[in-house]
Design a protein around this ligand. Structure first.
Ligand SMILES: *Cc1c(COP(=O)(O)O)cnc(C)c1O
Length: 430
């Protein structure tokens, strides 16, 4: 069988395959550039593992208190070195990205102090952590205030607004690298560096934290290299490489990471406890694979952008922009098209391909959300997945793909679903 027949046997019609094939052929140069970044980051990870003297002993499972857990402590050294931090907290007890961010915030802010977001509204789930939407246990309940400065209409920083917002109470500045569920541009690491320099000139002692979710290994530099004090992320996104079944990380200045350790476990205990149970090898192996998994996801994102832009849909980023995270937004202005796209992603999955995704009221979000994922790790968004709030402008956020070929198949299948329901302009496919 030819590859085209192979795809036909999976339900992709000839028109869809041939259209996508033309697009892929034109992306070769772009993909070569991504491969260079992946190569750079792969060597960075290997160097960190060698310098930390990772050994087979590190993969042993521990239980109980987890005192002197060699695998856990060595892994934290690997993360710290790879991301250029002084210290790291990388734990299965950190349940997700929101938890990691809440931990970093709650451990480093005290009543009477203020948190500032100079890049607009943070990720949906952070609204409840901060108390923007009233919520039990929020920072607001503890008397920690919040200020926000939106990006200017062209996506740039409102430097004057930020200067005014910084005050004697401002203790921590949170900078979200990725756009999340918004249609603003994602920030490059160098842009983040410019913002941090500006802030530190005005208030040198403020803690600059970067929500690094979806950004790891997309560029050759990470935010700690441009002046951030803390970076925070989820292991079921980029740095878990698709293998970590749970977890989050905080890397950066020692004093701030230690505070997070005391908050995660207990005052007095801090980072000294926390057994790694049976998951530690997957954390190492996932981190080792992460640069090439991120590379696959980026190829998928660029391919999707080019396919859907060619068909006349709004895509952010567009097909030629430089990439700073793995998320691709496609705006359909039509709920049926959005849902068809998600059904295609689901139908292309190795797991749960036979189920149909439906919109539902997911905790932490203020409208129904549709999610398509057939993942080995439930909810993992470094695996091929698509989701978005079912409200205008009906944007789907597409991300992940453990391998490029799976990401490609997912996009072909999404297009197939739109094609079958006459939701695309077929004239644009020639
Ligand atoms: C995913 C994400 C989070 C939250 O992580 P969860 O693991 O879903 O709790 C926070 N910020 C950004 C930018 C994200 O992409």
């Amino acid at each position: 069988m030819t590859i085209q027949q192979q795809y036909e046997s999976l339900g992709i019609c000839r028109e869809v395959y041939q259209f996508a094939d033309k697009i892929e052929k034109n992306l070769k140069k772009r993909f070569d550039t991504l491969d260079t970044v992946a190569e750079f980051n792969q060597t960075k990870v290997i160097r960190a593992m060698q310098n930390a003297r990772v050994s087979a002993e590190c993969f042993q499972s521990t239980s109980g208190y987890g005192y002197h857990d060699l695998g856990r402590d060595t892994l934290e050294t690997v993360y710290a070195e790879c991301f250029c931090g002084e210290d790291a907290l990388v734990r299965p007890q950190i349940t997700c990205g929101t938890h990691a961010l809440a931990l970093a915030l709650m451990s480093n802010l005290r009543p009477g102090e203020e948190l500032l977001s100079p890049v607009g509204k943070p990720y949906d789930t952070l609204e409840e952590v901060i108390g923007i939407r009233p919520s039990k246990g929020s920072l607001a309940e503890y008397g920690i205030s919040y200020r926000q400065v939106d990006l200017l209409p062209d996506g740039s920083f409102d430097y004057e607004g930020i200067r005014t917002a910084l005050n004697e109470k401002t203790k921590l500045v949170t900078i979200q690298r990725s756009k999340g569920y918004a249609t603003r541009p994602t920030l490059s690491v160098s842009k983040i560096g410019e913002l941090i320099s500006f802030i530190k000139k005005i208030k040198p002692d403020v803690i600059c934290m970067v929500d690094n979710c979806y950004g790891e290994f997309v560029e050759e530099q990470e935010p700690l290299e441009v002046g951030a004090d803390l970076i925070v992320g989820s292991l079921i996104k980029n740095p878990g490489g698709g293998l970590a079944p749970i977890g989050g990380y905080i890397v950066g200045k020692k004093q701030y990471v230690e505070q997070a350790g005391y908050r995660l476990t207990s005052p007095g205990l801090g980072k000294e406890v926390g057994a790694s149970l049976g998951v530690i090898q997957s954390f190492y192996q996932g981190f080792f694979l992460a640069p090439s998994v991120v590379n696959a996801a980026l190829k998928g994102a660029i391919f999707a952008a080019t396919v859907y832009e060619t068909l006349g849909f709004d895509v952010i980023p567009n097909s030629t922009e430089s990439r700073h995270d793995i998320i691709q937004a496609v705006t359909f202005h039509n709920p049926d098209a959005m849902i068809a796209f998600c059904k295609g992603i689901q139908a292309a999955a190795p797991v749960d391909s036979y189920v149909t995704p439906e919109p539902w009221a997911m905790p932490g979000y203020d409208s129904d959300v549709i999610m398509a994922a057939g993942a080995f790790v439930q909810g993992s968004s470094i695996e091929l997945s698509a989701d978005g709030p079912v409200k205008p402008p009906y944007s789907v956020y597409f991300q992940g793909g453990l391998t490029w070929h799976h990401a490609k198949f997912g996009i072909l299948m999404s297009l197939q679903k739109l094609y079958e329901q006459n939701l695309v302009n077929k004239d644009l496919m020639w």
